[in-house]
Design a protein around this ligand. Structure first.
Ligand code: HEC
Ligand code: HEC
Length: 335
């Protein structure tokens, strides 16, 4: 003990409130219960440490738009290089894993704790517990962990909400595994030489935007024999589609993400993309014969929730008629 630097005792006495240290060493003072409480803000996976409170998906959407979207994007898609907070399901084994609470994080408590402790960036710990519950509920919704936009997260149901990748984490068992436990490392069947087969630039770790443009040009050329679609309108639509990209993909190799693939959607049946988990509302509208002609799409895109109540597209809608026309023209260029 005698070798401990004195400053440690000061910290111990003040931070931990050790009356004994304060008394024996004559240093510091006992921390007040308020001071201890201010430090003691960690939340455990079982919800221990959570304050009483609650917040809904819809309230969370509002707070998120005001306080978080400038950096993380309206839908958690991440602006520029700021972190992505939604989506990424199924990407962990890819070259470019997208790690979010929906794809990677094991425990919701980490999200609550982190947001409460550290966000918004530059104004940490300015959020009330109810705001943190609401934002966390909205993040669950954006990540498809909950389907219902009326979902309310509270200290009471917190521990019941499990994240999809919880089982992807397990206790480190390497010392018990036969390979690590055996003293002799296996050194047979090794490669003679190592060759570099690909470089980061070729791997294209940094995604470029050119692909989409080329695709549009191709689509325009292909269709030039058909009734003329104004290439400028399609190009404008591509700009508008940036607002959709966080959730929807188009073109060759498109995958279902937060939202379904939109190839061939213009003139196609609603709720019909294979492998996509639609809301009940959208699935029923499709079964009921809803077809995405220009008029239906225009109505839906102007006001997604008003047009089809209870559908799960969290998008506030396109306000300008010319943006709607343009994005429909752009979508029509993907079969
Ligand atoms: C000024 C920009 C900015 C704002 C506003 C902001 N954040 Fe962040 N956020 C960041 C940065 C930067 C990081 C990464 C911090 C780091 O790694 O140290 C981050 C990280 C996060 C992470 C962890 C992401 C991960 O996967 O590691 C979460 C969750 C998060 N922010 C939520 C929020 C929420 C919720 C709000 C609104 C209350 C918010 N942020 C507001 C910039 C911002
Ligand atoms: C935050 C994510 C998100 C954003 C942003 C978003 N969508 Fe969606 N979209 C969805 C989800 C989720 C669905 C499925 C809705 C359901 O099942 O209720 C959907 C459904 C659709 C459908 C119906 C698809 C079908 O198969 O019937 C169309 C069309 C559509 N979106 C177009 C757009 C366009 C165009 C934009 C941009 C202007 C956009 N969306 C922005 C998430 C989003």
């Amino acid at each position: 003990m005698s070798k401990f630097p004195k400053v440690l005792f000061v910290l111990t006495a003040t931070v931990l409130g050790s009356a004994a240290a304060a008394d024996t060493l004559g240093l510091g003072r006992e921390a007040t219960p308020d001071e201890v409480a201010a430090w003691d803000i960690d939340i455990r996976p079982d919800g221990a440490g959570l304050p009483v409170g609650s917040g809904s998906v819809l309230d969370g959407e509002e707070v998120f738009a005001e306080q978080c979207a400038a950096c993380h994007g309206d839908f958690g898609e991440g602006v520029d290089r700021w972190p992505v907070l939604a989506g990424g399901q199924g990407t962990l084994e890819s070259e470019d894993p997208v790690k979010t609470i929906g794809s990677y994080w094991p425990y919701l408590s980490t999200a609550w704790d982190y947001i409460h402790r550290a966000m918004p960036f530059g104004e940490a710990q300015s959020l009330s517990p109810d705001e943190v519950y609401a934002i966390t509920a909205y993040l669950l919704y954006m990540n498809d962990v909950v389907d219902d936009d009326e979902f309310v997260l509270s200290n009471e149901n917190f521990a019941d909400t499990r994240l999809p990748n919880e089982d992807g984490f397990f206790m480190d068992d390497r010392d018990a595994s036969p390979i690590m436990a055996s003293a002799d490392a296996c050194m047979t069947d090794c490669k003679d030489s190592v060759e570099i087969t690909m470089r980061a630039r070729v791997l294209d770790v940094t995604p470029d935007q050119d692909g989409a443009e080329e695709m549009t040009e191709a689509a325009v050329t292909e269709e030039s024999a058909e009734p003329v679609v104004d290439p400028a309108l399609i190009a404008a639509g591509e700009q508008v589609f940036k607002q959709c990209k966080a959730c929807h993909q188009v073109g060759e190799g498109a995958k279902n993400r937060v939202g379904p693939i939109l190839n061939g959607i213009v003139g196609g049946a609603a709720g019909a993309v294979e492998g996509f988990r639609y809301s009940k509302a959208m699935a029923e509208a499709g079964e009921g014969g809803l077809v995405w002609d220009h008029e239906a799409l225009a109505g839906y895109l102007a006001d997604p929730r008003g047009y089809l109540p209870k559908n799960k597209m969290t998008f506030r809608g396109l306000k300008k008629a010319e943006d709607i026309d343009a994005v429909i023209a752009y979508l029509a260029s993907f079969e």
